[in-house]
Ligand binder design. Structure first.
Ligand code: TXE
Length: 508
């Protein structure tokens, strides 16, 4: 397919390129411009053109959004809405997302550079997350606790309060759904701040939340930079919980910013995820999955299998095939036929990836595929980078230890199972990992030994809304998805009733 490609749909919250006004903040149930009228240009990573113009909030807007969420929580009817009705609201949002699947996929693809097909997969996943928490909303109201005679003791769950949700640019809608859906199920109110690089589908979700009839003030939206708007949210004493997905450095700053007011924090900070391949597997299959693990969404995935650890007896055959197929990956316009990798999200991010590759080469790792921008002049304005494979890698190298978050995979060798496990655990992170082997018992042993939040045996990447997601080590704090993903947004309260109080005379 050649140009013209499909453009962004018209929306009241998206201003045309060149506009100096925008009304894309949603506070207390109404759309409005930023307090100082600020706007930001959103760039299309395919060709560096301006995709749209959106509002750019100030710290005062962030404070107004927190105040609206606070009022809706403290004084509004939301907390008293029965859990099954909150579940029904989530089902309505899921219905609307499914109705607008094609439009949302397009918006996500144009904004992030992921292929249109991947954008559609994201929408399906988001619908599933909303449906999961719709079902869970009224399933667990609390429990009765064993207590002595004359005492009735129970634990009930209540919403945490006002939640600030700060999200990254790689899966803008998906990461947000992991936060918004359980928070609505729990009865919280919230202020959402997407990455300033990719706000488009967050705006769309808020449009749908409004259409679904969620009361004013329950979901509020501010757009803008992390330094101004993000930090205003993390410091605001009106916020009870900060849920953040993004980079490790930002996560540590957020933890520190939340400390003075002792906010709860939930953090997902990425990973450097090992993918261990034993010598008894079908190589064609293992290479196939290794490619998806490393290069899906051009490797801009927190759980990317960016660190291959391959048995030395199959290492050479495996890496030769991996490089051959990495070189054959079609990169181009996210709407282009057969295209499997679009551009990276921004010029700044590609520069980081290029710096990491240069460092890897300096450290002695050897490139056997990619390691450069594509030659195609059609792609020269966009932020493209070729899928890259490094061999001769060692556990101590930066390229092996640091998250690159781009289409770059490193390969290390191992001889014994113990060595493979030691390498797989030799990381500050601990988000996910994979093991490939035809020996079922060995697969289970390695999975048990890996200190990562998710381990795949003979697969890499899938997740379910019903299974917890999160990291060991510096990959984060807390869990998203599953029942624990709901618990992040609830406080447990013990209510103890003495059925027949009598004097105790402890003090005479
Ligand atoms: O993300 P940031 P960046 C990794 C990846 C990438 C690195 C940096 O390795 O190269 O992080 O990416 C907001 N207070 N991941 O710089 O800064 C910001 O506005 C409050 C892993 O783009 O973490 C955005 O909304 N908020 C990851 C969000 O934080 C602040 C996904 C994420 O931005 C803030 C993306 C502050 N002081 C990148 N500073 C994953 N876990 O999947 C920034 N923000």
């Amino acid at each position: 397919m050649t140009q013209p490609y499909v453009a962004l749909p018209d929306k009241p919250y998206l201003s045309a390129p060149g506009s100096s006004t925008a009304a894309g903040l949603y506070i207390g149930g109404s759309w409005r411009p930023a307090a100082d009228g600020g706007v930001r240009e959103i760039v299309n990573p395919y060709d560096a053109s301006v995709l749209t113009v959106v509002s750019e909030a100030t710290a005062a807007d962030a404070a107004a959004a927190v105040a609206a969420a606070r009022a809706a929580f403290d004084g509004g009817p939301w907390r008293a809405v029965p859990a099954d009705e909150r579940g029904a609201v989530l089902h309505r949002v899921a219905d609307l997302l499914a109705r607008d699947r094609a439009e949302i996929a397009l918006m996500e693809s144009l904004d992030t550079g992921k292929t249109l097909e991947e954008g559609g997969i994201d929408v399906d996943d988001v619908v599933a997350v909303f449906r999961y928490y719709a079902g869970l909303a009224d399933k667990d109201a609390g429990r009765i606790v064993s207590a002595p005679e004359g005492v009735f003791s129970r634990v009930v769950y209540e919403p945490v309060g006002v939640c600030a949700m700060i999200t990254p640019w790689n899966y803008p809608l998906l990461q947000l759904s992991w936060k918004v859906a359980p928070a609505i199920a729990a009865g919280d109110t919230m202020v959402v701040k997407p990455s300033e690089v990719t706000p488009v589908t967050t705006l769309k979700l808020v449009e749908l939340v409004e259409e679904a009839g969620i009361p004013a003030g329950v979901v509020n939206l501010v757009l803008g930079s992390g330094a101004t708007v993000g930090s205003a949210l993390t410091e605001d004493p009106g916020v009870d919980l900060v849920s953040f997905t993004g980079g490790l450095d930002t996560g540590t700053r957020i933890m520190a910013a939340a400390a003075p007011t002792v906010k709860k924090v939930a953090l997902e900070l990425g990973g450097k995820n090992p993918n261990i391949v034993f010598d008894d597997v079908d190589l064609d299959t293992a290479v196939d999955y290794a490619l998806s693990a490393a290069f899906f969404h051009s490797g801009q995935v927190c759980s990317a299998g960016a660190r291959l650890i391959v048995h030395e007896d199959v290492h050479d055959a495996f890496t030769a095939e991996l490089a051959r197929r990495a070189d054959a990956i079609v990169i181009g316009h996210p709407q282009g036929e057969g295209v499997r990798c679009g551009p990276l999200v921004s010029a700044e991010h590609r520069a980081k990836v290029e710096a990491a590759v240069a460092r890897g080469t300096e450290e002695g790792a050897r490139i056997i595929a990619g390691g450069r921008r594509p030659d195609d002049p059609e792609l020269s304005r966009g932020y493209f980078y070729r899928p890259t494979v490094f061999v001769d890698c060692h556990r101590a190298m930066d390229i092996v230890q640091r998250e690159v978050f781009g289409p770059v995979v490193t390969v290390e060798r191992f001889r014994t199972e113990a060595e493979a496990v030691a390498l797989g655990n030799d990381t500050d992170y601990g988000l996910s990992g994979g093991v490939w082997t035809a020996d079922a018992a060995r697969g289970e042993r390695v999975a048990a030994a890996l200190r990562h939040g998710t381990v795949w045996i003979n697969d890499f990447g899938p997740y379910f809304p019903g299974a917890e997601w999160g990291g060991f080590g510096r990959s984060g704090v807390g869990r998203e998805l599953g029942p624990a993903g709901l618990d992040e947004y609830r406080e447990a309260k013990h209510i103890y009733r003495n059925l027949d109080p009598k004097p105790q005379r402890w003090f005479g």
